[in-house]
Design a protein around this ligand. Structure first.
Ligand code: ZN
Ligand code: ZN
Length: 339
């Protein structure tokens, strides 16, 4: 199947290829090298928005959202072999309260101790008295400069570190899944190939990588939310987050769905019943508390504050009628009246 890939050089259109072979051939001619060199960069480029650099020049590869999504899915099924790099990254809970940060945000900024790139997967090992791999995150922006970081001092335990951190480079990460199991304790990791303590980031490969990966969901939220249901957090909170983070938080979602199930709580739609296998486990989660009412120390209650709804009902919950949002109950009433 033809998959049109557009190549940009320094943000200007360079070439439109009908498929990856053609794109690679064009680049090889353009840069006077061999074509096989470019398959990986092109693929990483259009699937994960990773630029490719040749000397001072920046190349971008862009495919349609649909093609990128399909390819991303295929790569996800194969564990992103060759496409994504996977890291084991230690986190010290005495310096930064990651658990609390992730209960507020699904996107946070993290120290860039290696040259992480968009699409890399990090498994975060929490040291101190936790000593387990607890989080799977995806790098969504490899390099974020210090002046674009919104510091949230509440999560920092160590003020000296917080001060130091103002000179670091950062990486923006998105939480994919969280787990708490003794199978991912330091002792178990050692049985699967970790030597000594986990003190710095290490690239994961082979059996250890597969072992850790097997405990986590591949991706719980990617592609679930259309832009129409986005909300902007008010001034003073992190600028980078444009969707209601509570609705995307994988931890809160999991707990909400465990309580209510995956049926729309307004109209009763169950995606798997209606659409079959493709609808399995699909549902939006709506955050009931209006964002402007949220205080700095708010922690989402997955059962009181969140509710599973289908995208149609979800969209209606985010629209206003005569300036006010309809409640779940009001909406339910209207659905009942039309059946
Ligand atoms: Zn519904
Ligand atoms: Zn919502």
């Amino acid at each position: 199947m033809a998959s049109p890939i557009t190549i940009f050089k320094n943000d200007e259109l360079l070439f439109e290829a009908t498929n990856i072979q053609e794109a690679a051939r064009y680049l090889a001619d353009h840069l006077n090298t061999t074509k096989s060199k470019y398959y990986d960069p092109i693929e990483r480029g259009y699937v994960y928005s990773i630029p490719y650099y040749d000397k001072e020049d920046k190349y971008l590869f862009v495919a349609s959202e649909e093609i990128a999504t399909i390819r991303r899915k295929q790569l996800e099924e194969r564990g992103h072999e060759n496409a994504r790099r996977v890291w084991l990254v230690p986190a010290n809970p005495k310096e930064y309260d990651l658990a609390s940060a992730f209960s507020h945000y699904d996107i946070i900024d993290w120290k860039r101790s290696y040259n992480y790139e968009n699409g890399d997967i990090l498994f975060i090992y929490v040291s101190g008295n936790v000593q387990r791999v607890r989080y799977k995150v995806e790098v969504i922006e490899g390099l974020v400069r210090t002046n674009n970081i919104a510091y949230n001092a509440t999560f920092w335990k160590d003020e000296e570190k917080l001060e130091q951190s103002k000179t670091w480079d950062w990486t923006r990460i998105r939480l994919i899944d969280e787990i708490d199991t003794t199978d991912l304790s330091l002792a178990k990791l050692r049985e699967h190939g970790v030597k000594g303590n986990i003190q710095g980031s290490m690239k994961l490969t082979g059996q250890l990588r597969d072992y850790i990966m097997s405990f986590f969901e591949s991706d719980l939220t990617q592609g679930y939310y259309p832009d129409e249901v986005s909300e902007t957090l008010e001034e003073g909170k992190r600028k980078t987050i444009r969707v209601n983070v509570y609705e995307r938080n994988p931890i809160a979602r999991k707990q909400c769905m465990a309580h209510y199930g995956v049926q729309c709580q307004v109209c009763g739609l169950n995606f798997e019943d209606t659409y079959g296998e493709v609808g399995k486990d699909f549902i939006h989660v709506h955050h009931i508390v209006p964002l402007h009412e949220i205080q700095q120390d708010y922690i989402v209650d997955p059962i009181q504050d969140l509710i599973p709804v289908c995208p149609n009902c979800h969209a209606m919950l985010h629209r206003k009628e005569n300036g006010v949002y309809l409640s779940i109950e009001q909406l339910r009433q209207r659905v009942v009246n039309t059946i």
